[in-house]
Design a binder for this molecule. Structure first.
Ligand code: ADP
Ligand code: ZN
Length: 635
């Protein structure tokens, strides 16, 4: 589950930014300016009557001029006839000025004739001023438009070609320390050295030791990589710069590179400090074309590499990066002197989950009945972000129900919300559907309960969930397990197909409800054969390899087509065996299956203990002297 980054108070949500490029902006500005000046000219000209130069000469020679104004490119004049009118009716004329005339002498001559010559004569209203005023106008408009786009949440058009707009979050003090990070002891230990170095660089440089400039935090989303990086900054009490790799990926070639340069410049000013690059795979993916790359990304990566090489580690800049796909990173990034340390940030184990729950419930009022260990047990596979989310949901539920403290039920219910999807009360099932679901779930549960190597069932329910599951059987391991034996995996297979087996045995039908079970069973069977070396036919040969271990962990076939076909047949065989065995078990325990299913239909949700009570009662009945016949009267 993706960590809910919006809750992070240190980051601002990123608005979408409308991108107009420079050329369009300039064009738009130009068109606006031209239109504007054209309209202005029209308005101005309409005040005057346009005449020819010879009209003017004729008027002058006839001595009809009252007033003249000589400008750089034109001449305004008013005849005596017009000047006699009321001021608002007066209309001046204008005419172009032929080039090369000596207008200063003309002005003195006119003045001598008694014509009023306006002061502004030959004021330098020249082309240069015109161009200048245009430039000022264009510049002004451009700035305004730029500001407007900035307002709209973008970076402004300037930003697209300017430099510093990288979304760098600088925190003087992160306020996070290792105490806030639960578990992850190995990661903390590896990072301890970096903290020590930031505290006291002289100690290292005195000996001549070079410290790693960077470390790569590798792990699934939500396992706390960002949190750890922040904690390093917090422990060392240095500023924390964070940026996401995807922020470097830009539309214009060269932009990402300039951001990288910028980031390191900013950091150098406040060193010692930590630079954290989240999702480094966005920039750092391998430059071979297997995953598709482009010149912009390549330039950015090159810049990043040269910046990392460039800074003197004695300055005290440490670069931490996070990724969940280390295998696609460019080899150059991982060379000595760059991100040569790899720190694995694993999904937490039982103790880790318990600690994480404790960290997140520190500030939450818990009621007496809360047993965090139980919750930790139930959440195998969950990452820190899930647990943080779970605790928060529980607190919200407590508030919703008007309670003062969070109780165990809140935690359990929110566990179901966060991990299993919310209970959905309004899906109406027909009676027949309900029966099918009940038998299906009890099918799973009964197989698990009867088998030796299975995980105990903790809950069976036929209350539909929004996730789409019409019911589910929850199994909870008693302790954290890291290894599974082939026996246990076979049991798991039988448990998985137990649902479908029950449908078949009891109703003789097959429903779509088993789709997910079948998918999981198939995947498990395939893994057993291709990766765990658990088939007789292929023995220890691996026929599939895992590509991105920290994401979906999907494996890709890595063998000849012939072998692949053979693998398919083996998978089918394994599944069939499991299915037949499950059907046999359920047929034999038919009465027990009926009993529990009817009970579940009434109660909708039963606990593992209730289930086990039925199972052990049945076992006792079997042990009892022979007057009680074996419990399968129907077959
Ligand atoms: P990542 O960067 O690995 O995707 P984050 O560091 O952003 O994960 O983790 C998201 C949130 O999950 C954190 O803010 C924190 O609340 C919680 N969290 C994750 N791991 C831990 C942990 N080990 N201890 C405490 N809280 C954790
Ligand atoms: Zn099922």
């Amino acid at each position: 589950m993706e960590p809910n980054r919006n809750n992070d108070p240190n980051k601002t949500p990123e608005g979408g930014r409308p991108k107009l490029n420079l050329v369009t902006t300039l064009l738009i500005t130009l068109v606006i300016v031209l239109l504007f000046s054209w309209v202005l000219n029209m308005v101005r000209s309409s005040q005057y009557t346009l005449t020819t130069w010879s009209d003017f000469v004729a008027a002058r020679d006839a001595g009809q001029l009252a007033e003249v104004e000589i400008q750089a490119d034109r001449l305004l004049y008013m005849t005596k006839e017009e000047a006699a009118k009321e001021p608002q009716d007066q209309k001046a004329c204008f005419t172009g000025l032929p080039r090369g005339g000596n207008y200063e002498t003309m002005a003195t001559e006119l003045a001598a004739q008694g014509v009023k010559v306006n002061e502004k004569i030959i004021e330098d209203n020249s082309i240069i001023t015109m161009i200048l005023s245009y430039v000022v106008m264009i510049g002004g408009l451009f700035l305004i438009m730029n500001m407007l786009t900035r307002r709209m949440g973008g970076d402004g058009m300037m930003g697209s070609f300017g430099k510093s707009k990288a979304k760098v979050y600088m925190e003087k003090q992160t306020g996070v320390t290792f105490k806030d990070v639960a578990g992850q002891d190995e990661a903390k230990e590896s990072l301890q050295e970096i903290i020590d170095f930031l505290h006291n660089p002289q100690k290292y440089t005195a000996i001549g030791a070079k410290l790693p400039k960077g470390a790569l935090l590798v792990g699934s989303p939500g396992t706390g990589k960002t949190l750890l990086a922040k904690a390093v900054a917090g422990e060392a009490d240095v500023p924390f710069f964070s940026i996401s790799g995807s922020d470097f990926v830009e539309m214009f070639v060269g932009m990402g590179a300039s951001r990288v340069r910028d980031l390191f410049q900013q950091a150098a000013k406040v060193a010692p400090c930590i630079i954290f690059i989240d999702e480094i795979d966005a920039v750092g993916r391998s430059r071979d074309n297997r995953y598709g790359s482009n010149s912009e990304q390549e330039q950015t990566l090159n810049q990043l590499l040269s910046e990392i090489d460039g800074f003197e580690s004695s300055k005290g800049i440490v670069c931490l990066a996070a990724t969940n796909r280390p295998e696609i990173l460019d080899k150059a990034l991982l060379r000595p002197g760059r991100f040569d340390r790899r720190i694995i940030v694993d999904r937490p184990n039982l103790q880790g989950r318990l600690d994480t729950l404790k960290v997140h419930t520190r500030k939450i009022k818990l009621s007496e009945d809360v047993d965090l260990r139980k919750i930790a047990q139930a959440t195998a596979g969950a990452v820190g972000a899930d647990l943080a989310n779970l605790v928060n949901e529980a607190a919200l539920r407590a508030v919703r129900l008007g309670r003062q403290a969070v109780n165990q039920e809140d935690l359990l219910v929110s566990f179901e919300t966060v991990i299993a999807g919310t209970e959905k009360k309004n899906t109406v099932l027909t009676d027949m559907e309900k029966r099918l679901v009940a038998y299906h779930e009890v099918g799973h549960a009964l197989i698990a309960a009867l088998e030796k190597h299975s995980q105990p069932v903790s809950k069976i329910t036929i209350v539909p969930h929004t996730s789409g599951a019409l019911g589910y059987t929850m199994q909870m391991p008693e302790e954290e397990k890291f290894l599974s034996t082939a026996q246990e995996l076979r049991t798991e297979l039988r448990t998985l197909v137990g649902g479908r087996a029950a449908e078949q045995v009891v109703f003789g039908v097959q429903t779509t409800g088993a789709a997910n079970d079948i998918q999981r069973a198939t995947a498990l069977a395939r893994n057993m054969i291709t990766q765990y070396g658990m088939s007789d036919k292929f023995g220890l040969m691996t026929t599939a390899s895992v590509q991105n271990q920290y994401l979906d962990g999907q494996a890709y076939m890595d063998c000849s087509q012939e072998t692949a076909a053979g693998v398919d047949r083996e998978v089918m065989k394994l599944l069939n065996e499991a299915y037949e065995s499950a059907k046999a078990t359920l047929t034999q325990k038919r009465s027990l299956l009926d009993e529990i299913s009817e009970y579940l239909l009434v109660k909708e949700t039963i606990t593992g203990d209730e289930l086990m009570a039925y199972v052990s009662a049945d076992a006792k009945a079997l042990e009892a002297p022979a007057e009680e016949a074996p419990a399968n009267p129907e077959e």
